[in-house]
Design a protein around this ligand. Structure first.
Ligand SMILES: C[S@@+](CC[C@H](N)C(=O)[O-])C[C@H]1O[C@@H](n2cnc3c(N)ncnc32)[C@H](O)[C@@H]1O
Length: 259
């Protein structure tokens, strides 16, 4: 599987996009009854039902994080963003806890996947990043949301970040492999170690079920540099059906952390 993942990854990386019109999403009947106060409901008309619900779900979870864990953060990095269809939810939260000119960057190893509709994952990611950036005007703060292709293990961050979000990172080899990703990009220990270095203030993790959360805690405790300051579980939600509860960890960097 190792070699074939590597081969197909390189293959799809060089496969050109199949459609040249701009990618767009829209929705005839948005689930407006589910929109919490303060969330820009007009975004519903620019997203598929699934994307809008995902944004609402992630926002509703992020909102449960005690804002005092972070101090006016401005630079956010989301690692492993897939097609970033939750970018709006993440950006609304960043806007609420952040200040002034906020930058959110989503980084994805495999934006080269082609979807059933002939669109590349990257087209979808860029669309959601631009939707999220368009929230700037209403917010009265500048919000700059980007979607980048790259492997976190080798990517050169253009700057430091205040907060890093890891929303369902792959911690087990079988999952990473099963999604057709190259094994040279899989090393949870290095992945976390680099994140600890790069996160100026702290990190947020979403995990699928207890086993993943336990593994994540074990890596964090092995690496040190900070501590988990909040942990909670989201069992049920009104937005999207999920097989497993979502385990959330909030990690804060030690003030005496040495680079
Ligand atoms: C389980 S998915 C989570 C996607 C997304 N955060 C979400 O909540 O829908 C994990 C993602 O991490 C990406 N990934 C895995 N290893 C990576 C790496 N080394 N650098 C960047 N992204 C990576 C995968 O391609 C995949 O899209």
């Amino acid at each position: 599987m190792w070699a074939s993942n590597q081969f197909f990854f390189e293959f799809r990386k060089h496969l050109p996009r199949l459609r040249w019109t701009d990618y767009r999403e829209s929705q005839a009947k948005p689930p407006l009854a589910l929109v919490p106060h303060g969330f820009p409901e007009e975004m519903a008309y620019k997203m598929r039902d699934q994307s809008f619900r995902l944004s609402l779900l992630y926002y509703s979870i992020l909102k449960q994080i005690e804002p005092s864990h972070f101090e006016s953060p401005r630079r956010f990095l989301d690692l492993g963003s897939r097609d970033f269809s939750y970018a709006v939810g993440l950006a609304v939260w960043a806007k609420e806890i952040g200040t002034d000119s906020i930058k959110v960057c989503g980084l994805e190893l495999d934006p080269y996947q082609t979807y059933w509709n002939g669109r590349k994952r990257k087209e979808v990611g860029l669309y959601h990043a631009s939707l999220a950036s368009s929230l700037s005007d209403q917010a009265g703060v500048e919000l700059n949301v980007a979607y980048e292709a790259g492997d976190w293990l080798t990517w050169n961050p253009p700057s430091q970040f205040d907060v890093i979000t890891h929303l369902f990172p792959f911690l087990f080899e079988d999952l990473h492999q099963g999604f057709g990703l190259p094994m040279r990009s899989f090393s949870p220990l290095e992945y976390y170690a680099k994140s600890i270095q790069a996160a100026g203030q702290g990190m947020v993790f979403f995990h699928q079920g207890r086993k993943e959360a336990r593994e994540s805690k074990a890596i964090l405790s092995q690496l040190g540099g900070g501590r988990i300051v909040q942990a909670f579980k989201v069992q049920e939600n009104p937005y999207l059906e999920r097989k497993f509860p979502i385990e959330v960890l909030v990690w804060k960097k030690s003030e005496d952390f040495e680079q």
